[in-house]
Design a protein around this ligand. Structure first.
Ligand code: VGL
Ligand code: ZN
Length: 219
């Protein structure tokens, strides 16, 4: 175990009673809970992805009850992007704009702003920034501005996938100065290589992300 696991991270307030972790300066950030990742028929289906939806809905209720904002990110790719294997990247075609695969999971309660990423072929995983496909330079999404407008200083992050967009979003959250927690029961990993999900948890913990709850079961 690394030191990170023992450290309380930047968001010790998020541990303990789940009904007490939200308030007006907290935002619940739900990452890419979309059909292509969550549905077993999705093109980049994450094992156990759909099972987190009821847990996420319960968090949404807790958040809204205290005046916390709820914000959703949505992978929103054009039909061709260097992100996809067919165009030189590594991923199967997924979350193409205006298709079923890009829609948020149907059982997910949608009660807040949606921030889309990748709309113009940008690559990248964080809800906060994308990489310009031409120059490779980072381009911010609207997430930071949306959170700031809502008065958030603290983040609770959940969704898909642990080893890509959840990790990148949580790491950027810490980097941008948000006290950031991740809900272990409400995330799942792609695990392209076995162990990727656990490595992502380590990286987040070391960076100061507070990991809350139990580790996801390998289902
Ligand atoms: C994601 C792979 C490709 C994610 C997005 O949401 O974690 N993973 N695009
Ligand atoms: Zn993607």
């Amino acid at each position: 175990m690394t030191r990170g696991w023992r450290s309380p991270g930047s968001a010790p307030w998020a541990a303990g009673d789940p009904d007490k972790r939200y308030g007006p300066d907290v935002a619940l950030v739900i990452v890419d809970l979309q059909n292509d990742f969550a549905d077993p028929a999705g093109s980049l289906s994450v094992s156990g992805g759909a099972t987190i939806v009821p847990l996420v809905n319960a968090e949404i209720e807790r958040a809204l009850a205290t005046g916390a904002a709820v914000v959703y990110t949505q992978d929103w790719h054009p039909a061709h992007t260097p992100h996809f294997a067919q165009d030189g990247g590594i991923w199967p075609v997924h979350c193409v704009q205006e298709t079923w695969g890009a829609e948020l999971a149907p059982e997910l309660a949608v009660c807040g702003s949606i921030v889309r990423k990748g709309s113009h072929g940008e690559d990248g995983y964080s809800g906060f920034s994308m990489r310009n496909p031409a120059g490779g330079l980072p381009v911010p999404t609207e997430l930071d501005e949306t959170l700031a407008r809502g008065g958030a200083r603290r983040l609770v992050v959940c969704g898909l996938a642990t080893d890509y967009c959840v990790k990148a979003t949580a790491l950027d959250g810490v980097r941008l100065g948000y006290e950031t927690a991740v809900l272990l029961d409400a995330i799942r990993a792609v695990d392209l290589e076995p162990g990727d999900g656990n490595a992502a948890l380590e990286a987040m913990a070391v960076a100061g992300v507070t990991l809350i709850g139990s580790r996801p079961s390998p289902d």
